[in-house]
Each structure stands twice: as structure tokens, then as C-alpha cells.
Design a protein around this ligand. Structure first.
Ligand code: NAD
Length: 485
């Protein structure tokens, strides 16, 4: 397996650095690629290259930047099958789920290409005669982008594309286990004619490379997606440095789907199974709590278990597989430990709860069964903490108010869903839940790129939204210009 490069100004293969192996989580005997473990100095150099490139890139015309974005979209489209396969090999999700990321990335590219050519400023009437006042949106400078592994293509894309579209330059640290698809995305930008230094890719540890992206004084803005714990650490670090840079933190979730007494049971079961076990439960938008009216519990639980039994677990490359492996050994150990926690807390394990072993197909991968706990109460750890795997907690409630309280009872506030035929209930739920996104009769997973997205409470620092037109707000600052004539 050949050694792959990084982008520090341009593509380089730093032969004097140690290289680490990236393995397929469905079959860990297979090495996908080798990437360099860069050092702090390398990250510093990449930030320097981004700073150098900023003076020219920030002055390019929006139409010129859009031209490049459209070309990146065309390149990715022409390589869609190959990129989806790479993503599956590296992260483990199924090919349709990987293709969803590829298509979302293409959509993001074309959306922001169109958006920036439309202009972002305003003209405001003045209180004085013969005066024009206008606002302009200007890029910030060097943006650090730090991302997790679970949406290794489309999530970085929804940060990098609006950053670059608005004239910023970027230094990106992907998660250590998914650098190959990151490399492919950056390569597509340079194949489309992006000038050197505008987008830099650095691989390596969180403690060296990640830390440099957070603390370097030449960084003008930081956009991070990852766990609440890391988000808190980063927030504290930036605070201590007493620098007024923009920091966007998008963090974990503990999302609930509520079946109302007026809802379609089969639909609720279908949406919950998709949102809890699709993507192997490794989505920030996954449903990890299913709230069911107390008097409907038995009927719903038996339907839920029956439907879950139909999930086909296996290598994401195979046709017909619904759920791939967990993405890493760390994830595998964590999920199994939460299953033990659930049992020890007194929740009732009604389905799954074990690794899958015993054949060549499963023995070398991080496969676990979709898992359902019943009788979960709001005080249990499995009802409060983000597990980030295919483990669903079934909980009961009596009134809609109580359901809303349970939804709101965790530290997180990302997404909440309700299944109901009653519009007043839907409206009351949407008003009462403290989250960034509400879904009515829809799965909690699945976001559209033209819609603003972001969590509240422990799910994000909630100053700026991602995606949609709103993403432009984070990556630009407003300048007011008064002109007398
Ligand atoms: P993580 O916090 O461990 O790591 C995220 C990224 O930050 C990685 O690239 C990691 O190397 C880097 N990092 C870790 N510590 C750092 C530090 N001290 N300084 C700088 N960089 C550091 O998260 P993860 O395990 O990769 O991802 C899973 C988490 O991401 C889950 O909590 C999930 O909910 C969250 N997530 C949130 C969203 C969202 O939009 N809200 C989307 C996807 C994932």
C-alpha cells in the first residue's frame, strides 16, 4: 500500500514523517492507505501557506470562485462511484449511504457557487440627503476546519465550501481514521484549478496538529464538529488565549423520536429503525430514544423488534446490507461498554446486545447487532449520554407535556422528531422542544444542504448555523460603507 500525501500549499509526501495505516473497519486485515502523522510544525506551515494565499484569493471575483466550485462538482460527479466506494472502505457505511454523501457534496458545491454570485450586501436608506449606505460581507482570513469521521465527506464539505466560496483560505484536519476521502475531496479542488494554499489538508494527532489549528495566532476562525467533551476543551483553550476569533462548535446529540397517541405506529417504527440503526447509529442526528405512549407500549415494542430483526448487517460494500460495522475499535469498545452499562442500570435488553462473530465475513470487522433496551427511564446513563452507535432506548410517557420534558431532559439539543396526525400536537411539540431541528413524520437522520443546521444546549455553541444561506454569516464579516455625494 503506497504512502499518501497531504496538502501544505500543494500536494507533498513528507517521507521524513512516520506514516500510519488506515484500515477497513469491515475487515481490518485490509489496509486502505497510509498517511503521515504530521507534527505541530507542519500544521504551522500549512497555516502559513493559507495566510499567504489569502491576500490573493480574497480578492478574486465571486464569479471566478464559483467557476471553480462548479468544476469541483463536475469532477466529483464524474467520480461518484469510486468516491462512494472509498468512503465505504474507510468508514464502513453502506454504498447508498456513501453515495448520499457524495451527492450532498455536489449539491453543496453548486448551491454555494450560485449563492455567492448573487451578492451578500445591502443598501440601507440614510437619514442624510445625498448619502448612500451599503454593507459588504468580507472574508475573515484563515479558517481552521476540524471534523469527525462519521460523515467524512459531506460534513467537511459543508464547512469548506462556504469558507472558500466567500474568499477565505482553509486548513483542514480530518479525523485520523478517514483521511483518504478527505484527500480525494481536496484533490478534486486542485484538479479544478484552485490556486495553491487556498485549501490545506493536514493529518495527524489531535494533540499536536489539532491543537495547532486551535491555538495558532494566524487563525482567524475555527469551525469544529465533534464530541461535546472536545468542544468544551477547544472552547476553554480559545477563551484562555483571549483572542476574539469566531468559533463554531457543532457537537453531539441524544435525539428522540416521539410516537404520539394520534400517530401512525408503523410509520413511527419505520422511521425510528431507520434513524436508530441506519449509518450504524453513528450519526449526530440518529434517534437514540424512542418515546412511546404507555398504553401503546406492548404493541409498539413487538413491531419494533420484528422490524429490527429484518436489518441485514454486513460489509457496506455488499448489496442489500442495511447496517455496516462500527467505524473503529474505539467505537466498538465504547458501544459494547454502553450495552453493559444499560444492563447494569436495570434496563431490559430486548434485542441484540452482542458483537457478531463466528464467520469469515464478521470475524475481522467491528460488527455489533442492532440493540434495543426497553424500560429505560430518564435518569439512566443510556437515556442521557450520547452512545453514538446502534443502541436504542425505549421509554414510555403519559402526556405530550411529559414527552416534551423527557425530550428536553438531556444535556443535548440537536434534533427531535414526532410522529403524529394531529397538527396542533406537532406545533406544540415543535414549540416545546429545545433543539435546533424538528422533524414531523420524518426520520431524525437526513438533512438538506439548503437548510440551516445546528444544535443548542450541549449540541453546539449556537452562534452561527451551518449550511443554507446562513453558513455565509459565519465565514464573513459585515463592513458598513457611508458614501456622500
Ligand atoms: P472527537 O471530538 O473525538 O473528534 C473530532 C475531531 O476533533 C477529530 O478530527 C479529532 O482528531 C479532533 N480533536 C479531538 N480532540 C481535539 C483537541 N483537543 N483539539 C483539536 N482537535 C481535536 O469526535 P469524533 O469521535 O471524531 O466524532 C463523533 C462526535 O461528533 C459525536 O459526538 C457526534 O455527535 C459529533 N458529531 C456532531 C455533528 C453535528 O453536526 N452536531 C455531526 C457529526 C458528528
Amino acid at each position: 500500500m503506497s504512502e499518501r500525501g497531504v496538502f501544505i500549499g500543494k500536494l507533498i509526501i513528507p517521507r521524513d514523517r512516520e506514516f500510519y495505516e488506515v484500515r477497513n473497519p469491515a475487515d481490518t486485515r485490509q489496509v486502505i492507505a497510509k498517511f503521515p502523522r504530521l507534527r505541530r510544525d507542519d500544521a504551522r506551515e500549512a497555516i502559513g501557506k493559507a495566510k499567504e494565499a489569502f491576500s490573493k484569493w480574497s480578492k478574486t471575483l465571486p464569479v471566478e470562485r464559483a467557476r471553480i466550485l462548479y468544476k469541483v462538482a463536475d469532477i466529483i460527479e464524474s467520480r461518484a462511484d469510486e468516491l462512494a466506494r472509498t468512503l465505504t472502505l474507510e468508514e464502513g457505511k453502506t454504498i447508498p449511504d456513501s453515495m448520499f454523501e457524495v451527492v450532498r457534496t455536489i449539491n453543496l458545491l453548486r448551491f454555494y457557487a450560485g449563492l455567492i454570485t448573487r451578492g451578500q450586501g445591502k443598501v440601507i436608506p440614510s437619514q442624510d440627503k445625498n448619502t448612500i449606505i451599503m454593507t459588504n460581507r468580507e472574508p475573515l482570513g484563515v479558517v481552521s476546519v476540524i471534523t469527525p469521521w462519521n460523515f467524512p465527506l459531506s460534513l467537511p464539505a459543508w464547512k469548506i465550501i462556504p469558507a472558500i466560496a466567500t474568499g477565505n483560505t482553509v486548513v483542514w484536519k480530518p479525523a485520523s481514521i478517514t483521511p483518504t476521502i478527505a484527500y480525494e475531496l481536496v484533490k478534486a479542488f486542485y484538479d479544478a484549478g484552485l490556486p495553491e494554499g487556498v485549501l490545506n489538508l493536514v493529518t495527524g494527532s489531535a494533540s499536536e496538529v489539532g491543537d495547532e489549528l486551535v491555538t495558532n495566532k494566524d487563525v482567524d476562525a475555527l469551525t469544529f464538529t465533534g464530541s461535546l467533551q472536545t468542544g468544551k476543551e477547544i472552547n476553554e483553550k480559545v477563551g484562555k488565549m483571549n483572542r476574539f476569533i469566531r468559533v463554531q462548535l457543532e457537537l453531539g446529540g441524544k435525539n428522540a423520536t416521539v410516537l404520539s397517541r394520534n400517530g401512525d405506529v408503523n410509520l413511527a417504527v419505520e422511521l425510528t429503525v431507520r434513524s436508530a440503526f441506519g449509518l450504524t447509529g453513528q450519526a449526530c442526528t440518529a434517534t437514540s430514544r424512542f418515546l412511546v405512549p404507555e398504553d401503546m407500549h406492548d404493541e409498539v415494542l413487538s413491531k419494533l423488534v420484528e422490524r429490527t430483526k429484518k436489518i441485514v448487517v454486513g460489509n457496506g460494500l455488499k448489496n442489500g446490507v442495511d447496517m455496516g460495522p462500527l467505524a473503529s475499535k474505539e467505537q466498538y469498545d465504547k458501544i459494547l461498554s454502553y450495552i453493559e452499562i444499560g444492563k447494569s442500570e436495570g434496563a431490559k435488553l430486548v434485542y441484540g446486545g452482542q458483537p457478531i462473530r463466528g464467520s469469515e465475513e464478521f470475524d475481522y470487522g467491528y460488527f455489533v447487532m442492532p440493540t434495543i433496551f426497553d424500560g429505560v427511564t430518564p435518569d439512566m446513563r443510556i437515556a442521557k449520554e450520547e452512545i453514538f452507535g446502534p443502541v436504542l432506548a425505549v421509554m414510555t410517557y403519559r402526556t405530550l407535556d411529559e414527552a416534551i420534558d423527557i425530550v428536553n431532559s438531556t444535556e443535548y439539543g440537536l434534533i427531535a422528531g414526532i410522529v403524529t396526525r394531529d397538527i396542533s400536537e406537532a406545533a406544540k411539540f415543535a414549540e416545546g422542544v429545545k433543539v435546533g431541528v424538528v422533524k414531523v413524520n420524518k426520520p431524525t437522520i437526513g438533512l438538506e444542504p439548503w437548510v440551516p443546521y445546528g444544535g443548542v444546549k450541549g449540541s453546539g455553541n449556537d452562534m452561527y448555523k451551518e449550511m443554507g444561506e446562513e453558513a455565509i454569516e459565519f465565514f464573513t464579516r459585515i463592513k458598513a460603507i457611508y458614501v456622500g455625494y
